[in-house]
Design a protein around this ligand. Structure first.
Ligand SMILES: Nc1ncnc2c1ncn2[C@@H]1O[C@H](COP(=O)(O)OP(=O)(O)OP(=O)(O)O)[C@@H](O)[C@H]1O
Ligand SMILES: [Mg+2]
Length: 587
């Protein structure tokens, strides 16, 4: 007896529908594919109209190169593409499309009509229903292509059932079009729903202009510029100020070589740059364009082309984190001293001797060498630095304005734009945090040896915390021997300032670190630096001498992110002259 074969090649119509499931999952995916085709055709303007969340109809009209009659018919068969000829062409591909799959996939699950005319003038209309060609005709039309899709998924009831409400399908379409519009800014894009125009995006010279076109200029103007090169990777874009994070809708947009993509790893990298400037749990809005050389990225890894693969992901993630961090640093420092200080120059400045703040190694007034030359730079408007230029060299001192301590808690001073209050504890905490991070990165910090080692008894949880952070504590200058049980013998301690109570700081830190299961070294170091900084910093209520205040000011100006403390609370509050004038009824 001959068994009936169980395996059979599927008829191509069925295969097409299965493939379509991967390419067109919902109306938004059809819109995305059609828009990308229009862009690949070199369109300068694309008009998108959808009805009932795309469920009733989708029409995409472009002014691109169009197709001849033969090509238009061919375009609707599977694997017909003008964009690649061989697998080799996939490397470094610049077009959105390359599979020759999208049009036939959409056509197999809908009623599709394609009207197109290329430069040679003759227009063609091709009609397909459920994947079957139903007509070819001549039409008169301008150069370009219009694709109309109706009855989407009418041939696949299973998929039809999974469609969400018109509202949520529409939202997905808006998201898809917005993402492409942000990545591709030279094209004029319009999007309408049920006859009402919802988005009009004229060509935009910059990402900021595009973002402004979508969410309004005030929103766009509040974002910080990102622009950094790292090796072969160029990262540009816009990110939210730490103080705005969590107060508005979070938006995330990543484009790699002009292609809007999703990439959790890159988002994490960008967010890592915010660590210690915003509270845990809130996430910033980011809009980043990442340009890498084409052979560094593989675009053919996802059915809807929504993801890409990098050859050297680590390098790209590092570039993204560095770029965002630099952007945040520029903002923050500008807000303290009223100068735009380039991040790299500040890095130079931060190489100033350790113990900048209080009790520097030289003894006496720790700030004398910093304050001595202050008069040299009086911030007059012809100074390149004062004009918003760059603070040039490490030995160029920062002008410290007269400072007043209020309630033993705040430092008050005057700036061109208004009065500024610094919270002394959170400012100092920020300063120490960066010093500690620096110390851990360099792998050394000279602690001060104690004449009589200190014996500290801790509970089991604190003992575990000590074991987990032993190396990092050593890098901070804590020289400690664990004595089995729960006894620690402290031989040396860091000396961030004369009031520093090392034993108390160590105890509080270990308590704060108990149960800390942060896996990564970097995260653990940050936690430790933040905790020790918080415990070690001067407190509200500590009276400061003039020299101490000035040292704090200078040290803060040299940090990367001085506008926020390590918990994301404000370090600095500014009150503009106009606000004061308003409150005094002067205007
Ligand atoms: N709007 C358009 N203007 C001009 N030509 C188009 C347009 N849309 C599609 N085409 C042509 O039809 C071909 C098939 O399009 P389709 O979207 O199916 O595949 P693709 O874009 O090549 O690859 P992918 O499946 O990855 O999108 C394209 O290669 C292109 O030559
Ligand atoms: Mg395509």
């Amino acid at each position: 007896m001959v068994a009936t074969p169980r395996i059979a090649i599927l008829p191509s119509a069925v295969a097409d529908r299965i493939a379509a499931g991967e390419v067109v999952e919902r109306p938004a995916s059809a819109v995305k594919e059609l828009l990308e085709n229009a862009l690949d055709a070199g369109a300068t303007a694309v008009e998108i109209e959808v009805d009932d969340g795309g469920r009733a109809g989708i029409r995409v009209r472009d002014d691109g190169c169009g197709m001849t009659r033969d090509d238009a018919v061919l375009a609707l068969s599977r694997h017909a593409t003008s964009k690649i000829r061989s697998a080799d062409d996939l490397v470094g591909i610049a077009s959105f499309g390359f599979r020759g799959e999208a049009l036939p996939a959409i056509a197999s699950v809908s009623v599709l009509e394609l009207e197109t005319a290329s430069d040679d003038g003759a227009g063609t209309r091709v009609s397909v229903a459920g994947g079957t060609l139903t007509g070819i005709a001549d039409v008169a039309r301008r150069r370009g292509t219009t694709v109309s899709v109706t009855a989407l998924f009418s041939t696949v009831p299973a998929r039809l059932k999974f469609l969400r409400s018109a509202r949520s399908e529409w939202r997905a379409i808006v998201d898809a079009v917005t993402a492409i519009g942000l990545a591709q800014r030279a094209v004029h894009l319009t999007l309408s729903h049920d006859g009402a125009r919802s988005l009009t995006l004229p060509p935009a010279p910059t990402l900021r202009a595009r973002v402004g076109g979508i969410w309004g200029a005030p929103y766009a103007d509040a974002l910080l510029d990102v622009a950094s090169v790292s090796g072969e990777t160029l990262v540009t874009g816009l990110v939210e100020r730490p103080s705005d994070v969590g107060t508005r809708t979070r938006r995330v947009q990543l484009a790699v070589n002009g292609r809007a993509v999703r990439d959790a790893g890159l988002v994490r990298a960008a967010e890592a740059a915010y660590r210690s400037t915003i509270p845990a749990g809130v996430r910033p809005s980011i809009f980043l364009d990442i340009a890498v050389s084409a052979d560094q990225v593989d675009v053919n890894v996802h059915p809807a082309k929504a993801e890409v693969r990098f050859r050297d992901r680590w390098a790209i993630e590092r570039a993204v984190e560095g770029a965002v961090r630099r952007a945040l640093g520029t903002m923050a420092s500008a807000s303290v001293v009223g100068l735009a200080v380039a991040a790299d120059d500040r890095a130079l400045l931060r190489r100033a001797p350790d113990g900048l703040l209080f009790g520097g190694s030289g003894g006496g007034d720790p700030t004398h060498h910093l304050i001595a030359g202050l008069d040299r730079q009086d911030g007059n408007a012809t100074d390149p630095a004062a004009r918003g230029g760059v603070l040039a060299a490490a030995d160029e001192p920062i002008a410290v304005p007269p400072l007043v301590q209020l309630r033993r808690t705040y430092l008050l001073f005057e700036q061109d734009e208004g009065v500024v209050l610094i919270d002394q504890h959170s400012a100092h905490e920020r300063v120490l945090y960066e010093q500690f991070m620096g110390a851990m990165a360099r792998g050394s910090a000279a602690g001060q040896r104690l004449l009589f080692p200190l014996t500290v008894h801790v509970g089991p949880a604190e003992g575990d915390a000590f074991d987990a952070h032993r190396d990092a504590l050593a890098r901070l200058g804590f020289e400690i021997d664990g004595f089995g049980g729960h006894t620690l013998l402290v031989r040396a301690v860091p000396t961030p300032h004369p009031r520093f109570d090392a034993e108390r700081c160590l105890r509080d830190t270990l308590v704060a670190l108990t149960g800390d299961r942060d896996p990564g070294t970097a995260a653990r170091h940050e936690r430790l630096a933040a905790t020790v900084a918080c415990k070690a910093a001067i407190k509200a209520g500590d009276a400061l001498s003039g020299a101490e205040m000035r040292a704090l000011y200078v040290a803060l100006a040299h940090t990367t992110l001085p506008a926020h403390d390590v918990h994301g609370r404000a370090t600095i509050v500014r009150i503009g002259w106009d606000e004061l004038e308003r409150r005094f009824g002067r205007r």
